[in-house]
Design a protein around this ligand. Sequence first.
Ligand code: ATR
Length: 272
Amino acid sequence: MLDSYAVVGNPISHSKSPLIHAAFAQQTNQSMQYTALLAPMDGFQAIVENFRREGGRGLNITVPFKMEAYRLSTHLTERAEIAQAVNTIKFEDNEILGDNTDGAGLVRDIIENLGIAIEGKRILLLGAGGAARGVIFPLLQKKPSQLVIANRTPQKAQTLQESFNSHGNMDSGNFMRFAGEKFDIIINATSASLYDELPSLPSDIFTQAILAYDMMYSREPTRFLKLAQHQGTQQIADGIGMLVEQAAESFYLWRGIKPNTKPVITMIKSLI
Ligand code: ATR
């Protein structure tokens, strides 16, 4: 029987993870299968237990179950513990190991694929939901000069800042609080692009930026990326690189082999 893996979410039909992992498996000669599983909103735990009973080796977890996966894990990697969310599960004997590879995926995409150092840079992170929370610790580990969290609801940004303050130099507030300030890297971790919306950002926030990064992706550049380009940001990037890199980190946890992500990023871009 082939080693079996899957991604669980709701919705799930749009997921590119089966294609990505099939490409990794082929490239590295791994005998495995990887499917997509739709979990009912109140049926995540049952899906996980059933998959495990049938001999499944590991799972990716996507919206909206990452916090439930965190609670279901019997032990956690440090980065999952700090993110308080799990996107990768590995079944080991009687244990469920929970990991979070999202932040590592973002950091690898910025540093390795886009060729931009994070060390010493001033970063503006937009959003204070689960997506933002998952990337803060891995970003801080790369020693930016400051990480500023800005959110439509500033209290949420402040709460996040308070829980990560000991890991690096941080600040937080609403979007307008940082009008006129210079940021090197601006990352959109809000869900605005999902609804073709744009956070109400100060004008000219992008003019001196080296990179504008949208963690979402779509066929056309998002409104966030179009504005950044219009204001003269040197480089723009959507979340496809992060998607493939977080998958590669999960694949490594399960199989102990690092796949080559570049051709897979190119392949997924051609399909969007
Ligand atoms: P996720 O898990 O994707 O982070 P979430 O936890 O629901 O989802 O968080 C969504 C984030 O996107 C929040 O920071 C939200 O801002 P609020 O905290 O003020 O609600 C932000 N967001 C969503 N739509 C937005 C919009 N149109 N403009 C600005 N921020 C938006």
